[in-house]
Design a protein around this ligand. Structure first.
Ligand SMILES: CC(=O)NCCS(=O)(=O)O
Length: 322
């Protein structure tokens, strides 16, 4: 569950629809909402959609899904009790994140906290329970970073590396929207003693588009994540001169890294954080990879063994504490 309002904070309504936020979420408006998902504020929260989320998690389970990494953290309105309820009612294991989203979304107390305080909170969230509950997190992230990385984000990354060193836990990073951002974050984490081999770099779909640059980044040793599967609109509101890839283009990039020997390093996801991607609102839901993407991969020369690595073995290795 997430309130993704920070993603829409700097995204204006399209000029021909200046009052888009006052539109109802109807079939008639679905085309606009799909084209401008982050401009439409009612689209940016899954709170209020609990019933549909649970139904769609059950559908995911019926189609072979068993676990989900849920990266809602401080800055995105995490609700641990809700997460627990969803796991219990759906039967899907939910591995919940601890940590801090991008600078602009953070409350003042995170900006003023010391690195040690942040380490202590993340360690407590994982070992004892998060946000005043006894429900423990299983991963740090997605840790939010902007481009360039801000002072608070650097402090959070250093705290993440320290907590990871104590616990041997998995980490996942949201890089800034610049092709240099993933390598810069890896540099900061490595300098602070983080274990890059147990770190996922997410959102590569919208960050590194060039196969040569991707090969260079892969050499740094993190997991490589394409996690915007199901987004099939090439217009990317967050960076309007970049083309968001299609699922077919995501698969081409993944095949490139698989062919270059990184099959133990690739993970994939949907990053569902808006209403319009739920099946209830005409979206692809949580089962799109299992139902639609895997057959596309197999038809494009990716083997079943490689699919199993991306969907089972790599996530399991990443999520296992060392
Ligand atoms: C929750 C989140 O930050 N998702 C990433 C969306 S983005 O457009 O790829 O930055």
């Amino acid at each position: 569950m997430i309130d993704a309002s920070p993603l829409g904070a700097n995204v204006p309504c399209p000029s021909f629809l200046p009052n888009m936020n006052s539109l109802p979420f109807t079939m008639e408006n679905l085309g606009f909402i799909r084209q401008f998902p982050w401009s439409y504020k009612p689209n940016l929260t899954l709170y209020g959609e609990e019933k549909h989320v649970i139904e769609e998690l059950k559908f995911f389970k019926q189609h072979g899904g068993s676990s989900m990494v849920e990266c809602t953290i401080v800055g995105l309105e995490r609700d641990m009790n809700m997460m627990k309820r969803m796991a219990e009612e759906s039967g899907v294991n939910i591995i919940s994140g601890t940590g801090y989203y991008v600078d602009a979304a953070l409350p003042q107390d995170v900006h003023s906290a010391t690195q040690e305080q942040l380490v202590s909170t993340m360690v407590q969230d994982i070992t004892k329970g998060a946000a005043g509950t006894s429900t423990r997190c299983g991963v740090i992230g997605e840790i939010g970073t902007s481009w360039p990385v801000t002072a608070t984000e650097k402090k959070v990354l250093q705290a993440t590396a320290a907590a990871q060193t104590q616990l041997g836990c998995p980490v996942i990073i949201h890089p800034g929207r610049n092709k240099q951002a993933p390598a810069e974050v890896i540099r900061i984490l490595a300098e602070a003693g983080g274990d890059i081999s147990r770190t996922v770099m997410s959102h590569l779909d919208r960050t590194i588009y060039d196969k040569g640059e991707l090969s260079e980044f892969a050499k740094l040793g993190s997991y490589l994540e394409w996690d915007l599967f199901g987004i099939e609109v090439s217009y990317y509101e967050q960076v309007t001169n970049l083309d968001m890839p299609s699922d077919a283009q995501r698969i081409q990039m993944i095949k490139h890294v698989l062919d270059n020997g990184y099959e133990d390093r690739v993970v994939i996801a949907h990053d569902v954080h808006t209403k319009h991607r739920l099946m209830h609102y005409g979206g692809h839901g949580y089962s799109h990879i299992l139902l639609n993407v895997v057959p596309m991969m197999l038809a494009r020369g990716i083997s079943q063994d490689q699919v199993d690595k991306m969907l089972i073995h790599n996530p399991r290795n990443w999520l296992t504490f060392k």
